[in-house]
Design a protein around this ligand. Structure first.
Ligand code: SF4
Length: 408
């Protein structure tokens, strides 16, 4: 952990108490995350997956088999720049070493248990990992340009039970490992054939990552951070930190650390402007109420006018969509470099919520926009394959949890 003190400039007693509290909370969250660790990266035949190792770990593992440190750079290039999964395709490595590597290691990918493409071109992957657990990844292409966002999962299931979220009805099974997080992106790129990794400003089809799939990424911080560092490494996939957004329900003690260590964009699932309502919709609010979440946003190191914090706001008819709510939202976020994503609720079997009317969405958006905050109303994508926001849930769980037939 960085030694930086995670407070604003104030050095008064209150803020130092907050720092202590946050440090304690951070340790508690990280200890809890360890209880839901992913399985070992070594296969039953003894071969180890090289994906998900940091450069230092890769060097250590190569040293153990008598190879020089310069091999790290070579392998890194083949794995993350060229995207190869077969050692025999590594043409800069002599055949005997290729064979030696293949006997000891693999370059893994999750199995694509199902791949569904929506009528709007959104593609949803259900990835199955080595222990049989599954998580969903969604590619959302931009309608106007040849680029798009990959929505990645960080956990199998979720502990947070946000009431509007289908994913949240699947209890937490375990955290995903760094390899499983990185390889969701790599496997999605396999599907579109986007290798080698485009360099610099060369356009990318899979151009951004949003950590908005299954799970709360800050409850699996260590694995998420390791995975993002691999993805951002300039000699491999090389995706800029500006093109990665982590979405949190407001795990305050780790928001500072995320901004400080990774410098990626932040999105906050706000969804309500009063604590009593947010306690209900996003139960994590009982632990980290709105004021604390917004204070963490105000000190988020990577936020600026060029890189605004996104506040996600799901529009629930008659619940959180009044004009008074819109005005209070504006008051709460004033002074934060921010934009607001208004998300029409995506109904799912078993939920009582209804989407706000179009008229109400527009009125809400106008109030926020006239206060100077961009407030696009998101068009739901991939609805027909249950790939839209908050709809992710693995098919097996879905079948178990609901007797209502869903079109798959
Ligand atoms: S919205 Fe995110 S944090 Fe909340 S239950 Fe769904 S997956 Fe979990």
């Amino acid at each position: 952990m960085s030694s930086r003190t995670y407070t604003s400039t104030s050095a008064d007693a209150n803020s130092s108490a907050l720092t202590d509290l946050n440090a304690e909370e951070r340790s508690r969250i990280l200890a809890k995350a360890a209880l839901f660790s992913p399985p070992s990266a070594t296969l039953s035949d003894g071969r180890r997956d090289l994906v998900g190792l940091s450069r230092d770990e890769l060097t250590d593992i190569l040293t153990e088999i008598g190879e020089k440190p310069f091999r790290t750079k070579q392998l890194w290039h083949w794995i993350y720049h060229q995207g190869v999964t077969d050692f025999s395709r590594m043409s800069t490595i002599a055949k005997p070493l290729q064979q030696k590597l293949a006997e000891r290691f693999i370059i893994g990918r999750p199995e694509a248990a199902t791949v569904q493409t929506s009528s709007d071109e959104t593609r949803k992957f259900l990835f199955r990992f080595r222990d049989g657990q599954e998580a969903e990844t969604v590619y959302i292409p931009d309608r106007r340009e040849d680029r798009g966002a990959v929505c990645i999962s960080s956990q199998v299931g979720c502990t947070l039970s946000c009431t509007f979220c289908h994913t949240g009805t699947q209890k937490l099974v375990r955290n995903l490992g760094a390899a499983e997080i990185v390889s969701q992106f790599m496997a999605a790129r396999d599907s579109y054939g986007e290798w080698p990794s485009p360099k610099g400003e060369t356009p990318r089809l899979l151009s951004t990552i949003v950590l908005m799939g299954m799970g709360e990424p800050l409850y699996n911080y260590e694995n998420v951070a390791k995975a993002m560092k691999i993805i951002m490494d300039g000699e491999g996939i090389g995706l800029s930190r500006r093109r990665i957004t982590l979405s949190t329900s407001g795990v305050v003690p780790l928001m500072d650390r995320c901004g400080d260590e990774l410098g990626i964009n932040l999105a906050v699932s706000l969804h309500a402007v009063r604590n009593d309502l947010r306690d209900e919709i996003v139960p994590l609010n009982r632990k980290y109420p709105i004021e604390e979440v917004l204070a963490a946003c105000r000190r988020y190191p990577a936020a600026s006018n060029a890189r605004r914090i996104t506040f996600e706001y799901i529009m629930l008819r008659g619940i959180n969509d009044s004009e008074a709510d819109a005005r209070e939202l504006v008051r709460l976020i004033s002074g934060i470099p921010a934009k607001v994503n208004l998300i029409p609720f995506n109904p799912w079997p078993g939920s009582d919520y209804k989407p706000s009317t179009r008229e109400q969405q527009n009125r809400f958006a106008e109030i926020v926009m006239s206060a100077g905050f961009a407030s696009p109303i998101r068009t739901p994508r991939g609805r027909d394959i249950l790939a839209a926001c908050g709809q992710l849930k693995t098919a097996s769980e879905r079948a178990r949890a609901s007797s209502v037939p869903v079109s798959e």
